[in-house]
Design a protein around this ligand. Structure first.
Ligand SMILES: Cc1cc2nc3c(=O)[nH]c(=O)nc-3n(C[C@H](O)[C@H](O)[C@H](O)COP(=O)(O)O)c2cc1C
Length: 188
């Protein structure tokens, strides 16, 4: 199922159909060609100094990296993310040329947005989460001190919310809400 955004103005359907489901079809895998395209989209994101501070570690369901990423998630996310086809840990290098890079988080968000849009164009759903233990992730993947874990992305193919516990199934079909443009766009 898709919970498509009811937009006030026309936007590209690839964007309005992007959403963050929790009901993933555990029987489906994402093929390697699509996986390469997701990271290729991230690769071509813009970044300050062209520093490209992003770093991705991924695991496919059933492999060791999947389990390692799954094990650093908070329980509330594990409940649904176990059915994803792919788990991706997004980290960012906070330093550039020996100095703190003030926009590394921004740039990693931009790369992740590219990845999300590419996924949407391929009918793949992604759900980002900060509900995980960053210190554990650093330890498990032996990340350098300057490389900071930022988010985990669950990716796969959405399915019927019935597979979820009731409290989550309800959220899956609830209307998606956003602030009005007037609240955050200042025209004068
Ligand atoms: C940086 C970030 C962290 C998030 N963390 C979580 C999380 O830990 N658990 C969760 O269920 N959803 C998480 N979300 C998903 C948001 O709740 C979701 O994007 C938001 O409610 C808007 O819904 P939509 O993506 O379907 O439009 C996160 C999203 C982002 C971008």
């Amino acid at each position: 199922m898709k919970n498509i955004a009811k937009t006030d103005h026309e936007i590209n359907p690839i964007l309005s159909s992007r959403w963050s489901p929790r009901a993933f079809d555990s029987s489906k895998a994402i093929n390697d060609k699509d996986i390469n395209s997701l990271f290729e989209a991230a690769r071509w994101a813009p970044s300050a100094f062209n520093a490209q501070p992003w770093n991705f570690v991924y695991g496919k369901k059933g492999d060791e990296n999947f389990d390692k990423i799954y094990n650093v998630m908070m329980e509330g996310n594990q409940v649904w993310a176990k059915n994803a086809s792919l788990l991706i840990l997004v980290s960012g290098n906070s330093m550039h040329n020996g100095k703190e890079n003030p926009t590394y988080l921004y740039d990693c968000g931009s790369a992740t947005a590219h990845l999300s849009v590419e996924a949407s164009s391929r009918g793949i759903d992604v759900h980002q989460m900060t509900g995980f233990f960053a210190d554990k992730a650093s330890e498990v993947f032996n990340l350098a001190e300057d490389v900071k874990p930022i988010t985990i992305i669950a990716a796969g193919y959405g399915t019927n919310p019935d597979i979820l516990p009731e409290y989550l199934a309800k959220r899956e079909v609830a209307p998606r809400v956003r602030k009005k443009q007037e609240e955050f766009v200042n025209k004068f």
